[in-house]
Design a protein around this ligand. Sequence first.
Ligand SMILES: Cc1cc2nc3c(=O)[nH]c(=O)nc-3n(C[C@H](O)[C@H](O)[C@H](O)COP(=O)(O)OP(=O)(O)OC[C@H]3O[C@@H](n4cnc5c(N)ncnc54)[C@H](O)[C@@H]3O)c2cc1C
Length: 179
Amino acid sequence: MVTGLVGVGDSVAYTNPTMGQGVAMALWAARWVARHAGAATDPASFAAEYHRWLARALRPWFDAQVAADRANAAQLADPARASAEPPTAAARERAALSACAHDDPTVMRARAKARHLVLTADQAYGTQEVRARLAHWLDAHPDFTPAYDGPARAEWESALGHASESAPEHTNSAARTPE
Ligand SMILES: Cc1cc2nc3c(=O)[nH]c(=O)nc-3n(C[C@H](O)[C@H](O)[C@H](O)COP(=O)(O)OP(=O)(O)OC[C@H]3O[C@@H](n4cnc5c(N)ncnc54)[C@H](O)[C@@H]3O)c2cc1C
């Protein structure tokens, strides 16, 4: 922790751009700084207080993103293995949330709150109401299993290799010298 220097935005917490939450996190931190800087009495206690707030307010979103990225990376590295292992009940519930949200407005509202940083995923999906709706959805879809519909990285790279070997050479005909 450095005193006398206040970082906001990506300089304090960088999350995966695909989640589209970096600007919200940057503005959230900037608002905290704007609201508290005027009343600060000394740089060290201000920095310490800001650090505690960051750990409480932004860290959960960062940690959730890291966990999601790790799970995605494992699946992309070896999807066949990932889908060959029988899913745990918790993994099946987690995976069902997205599909269930598209059928159930209560679960979709919870999803929106988690995606828009209003509540953490645990808070949004942990209510009795959402858990009951999810259980009901899983009862109605007994065959549901977490599925991954993409190729493994090695298959993807091999397909790209074949595609570039068989593709015709691209030339700019307008720039060709007439024969
Ligand atoms: C591809 C992509 C897509 C994204 N999509 C979304 C999205 O849909 N929704 C969302 O909320 N977030 C998104 N993000 C994240 C979001 O852009 C960042 O979280 C946000 O811009 C962080 O703001 P910032 O001010 O901290 O940093 P930045 O926006 O990166 O601003 C830092 C600025 O400092 C300048 N700079 C760097 N070094 C120096 C220097 N030495 N001197 C002077 N200036 C310097 C840079 O040029 C830059 O302009 C995306 C990020 C990427 C990369």
